[in-house]
Design a protein around this ligand. Structure first.
Ligand code: PAF
Length: 286
């Protein structure tokens, strides 16, 4: 039978619940989310279930990671629906703080990860990663997990958080899950629900382009990262009327540096607008 998870809004109460469980020797796996959960989030929860005795999920739409002209106000929220979805998994605690709980009056501290935040989404969304690393640090301090699980769709976020955990000696292990996709390949995202019918139909062009150039690299028909980028852009332009490319870029998966040839781990990352909706995706090329 499905049972709804325990929901706590208050950080002191959450911390006490966690301390009691840690005192009993329980390990904790944590899945931070902004809610409006889809199968991608649920795959993270499933992984968390396997990693530790207890699973904690946070649902919090963090205002500081949205730019002034971004979709903070419109970002979809539906706590009841989220809790219903989580009820089919073993979730021991859902932490749902308010803005006041997370950003008390006079809040002036920011966690900034340098360099890795410079390219891709960091360049297009100034301040975004400072908001992410600050809130994730706070959540790690409140939940004190042994593991935290993130999705690989947010490839740069994952790299930035791994670096932060290393640099700041957070005592936890970061785990990740592959991107979950619709049957036509579109990466699941809470933002997909903004798409109009026509945009939704065209949005899988991103993954199609990424997969096609990966094939061409494997067949040695494309031999340089700059050719990869040009070809992927052309595929998108030729197959969609409404796509507007924000970036398509090859980078080293290790340090997010630009690459001139295919290193051991080269990733092709893409951000594409459909109307006002910005979708991201990535593929490992080598
Ligand atoms: O990936 C997200 O949903 C958010 O960036 C995160 C990690 C929950 C921080 O707000």
């Amino acid at each position: 039978m499905n049972s709804f998870p325990k929901v706590i809004k208050n950080k002191k109460i959450s911390r006490n619940w966690i301390l009691q469980n840690k005192f009993r020797g329980k390990t904790i796996a944590f899945v931070p989310t902004m809610g409006y959960l889809h199968k991608g989030h649920l795959a993270l929860v499933e992984k968390a279930n396997k990693l530790a005795d207890l699973t904690v999920v946070s649902i919090y739409v963090n205002p500081t990671q949205f730019g002034p002209n971004e979709d903070f106000q419109e970002y979809p929220r539906n706590l009841d629906q989220d809790l219903e979805k989580l009820a089919t998994f073993n979730v021991d605690l859902v932490f749902t703080p308010s803005d006041k709980e997370m950003y008390s009056e006079g809040f002036v501290t920011t966690i900034h990860v340098d360099k890795l935040t410079a390219p891709l989404c960091g360049a297009r969304r100034p301040g975004h990663f400072d908001g992410v690393t600050t809130i994730v640090s706070k959540l790690f301090n409140i939940i004190n997990p042994d593991f935290a699980v993130f999705g690989e769709k947010d490839f740069q976020q994952l790299a930035v958080i791994k670096r932060m955990v290393k640099d700041l000696d957070f005592n936890l292990k970061i785990e990740s899950c592959p991107t979950i996709r619709e049957s036509d390949g579109l990466a699941l995202s809470s933002r997909n629900q903004y798409l109009t019918g026509k945009q939704r139909k065209e949005a899988p062009v991103i993954v199609k382009a990424l997969r096609r150039v990966k094939e061409l690299v494997a067949q040695k028909q494309i031999t340089t990262p700059s050719e990869v980028e040009t070809r992927a852009k052309n595929i998108i332009k030729q197959n969609s009327n409404c796509a507007k490319i924000d970036y398509i870029q090859c980078l080293s998966a290790d340090n997010l540096h630009e690459v001139n040839n295919f290193e051991n781990s080269t990733v092709l990352a893409a951000a594409v607008f459909f109307g006002k909706t910005r979708l991201i995706d990535n593929i490992k090329l080598t």
